[in-house]
Ligand binder design. Structure first.
Ligand code: 5RP
Length: 224
């Protein structure tokens, strides 16, 4: 395993410190979360964690979790989640996030919003002073042109994510902005008719960000 993968893995494994018996867990999506699922599966199998139930944020996470023997439920069955563990594409100093590199941000935001605690696991590359990642915007196919026009009016440069549909069957417009004022932009993009959700998380920020470093260190940062 290279240093970067190890950085993801140690951040993911550290997040297990916050998991307790009997918890309902939000299960995020992505390559960092996969390490969390593997560690969680091991703890459940080994009997160290009991009566834990996961609410997966994507079909992919659902499939991996099933393979690992993690008991699952739906948001209809449990609408209050104790702890959500998820990755991110960028994290700024105020713990605003950009998510959706894997295209699951709509469900991920629903799960994070339904969670009492939200912990994000990242490798050190994801910590930024200023966002540069294109904002993933999930859009109904029907409204593609209209949404693109409005994103351009807002100063964005939308680009269709090729050969990709979300779990809900929608398209993603990855939209580059020169300046991202997280709170304003999150709300404004969602006001466009035809937009389901965008990948800025400024209203549901994590309480903790666990960062794995390529030199093998891991740090838990708390929101002030
Ligand atoms: C998926 C996400 C992921 O959490 C984000 O893309 C980070 O993924 P990775 O851990 O693979 O870098 O938001 O929609």
């Amino acid at each position: 395993m290279n240093n970067l993968e190890n950085a993801k893995k140690i951040a993911a494994e550290k997040a297990l410190d916050f998991v307790e018996n009997g918890m309902v867990l939000g299960l995020g999506t992505g390559s960092t979360v996969k390490y969390f699922l593997e560690a969680l599966g091991r703890e459940i199998k080994g009997g160290n964690l009991k009566e834990v139930i996961g609410i997966p944020s994507s079909k992919n996470t659902e499939r991996i979790s099933r393979e690992l023997g993690i008991p699952l439920a739906t948001l209809d069955e449990y609408h209050e989640i104790d702890l959500d563990v998820d990755g991110a594409d960028e994290v700024d100093e105020k713990f605003n996030l950009i998510k959706g590199g894997g295209g699951a941000h709509t469900r991920e935001k629903i799960v994070a919003t339904a969670s009492k605690k939200f912990v994000v696991i990242v490798d050190e590359r994801k910590l930024v002073g200023k966002f540069t990642f294109p904002v993933p915007v999930e859009v109904l196919k029907f409204s593609k042109k209209l949404v693109e026009d409005q994103l351009r009016e807002m100063g964005g440069v939308p680009k269709l994510r090729e050969n990709f549909l979300t779990d809900e069957g929608n398209i993603i417009l990855d939209t580059k902005f020169l300046v991202i004022q997280a709170e304003k932009l999150e709300v404004r993009i969602n006001e466009i008719s035809g937009v389901l959700e965008n990948g800025i998380f400024s209203r549901r920020k994590p309480e903790k960000v666990v960062v794995g470093y390529r030199d093998g260190k891991v740090k838990v940062m708390e929101r002030k």
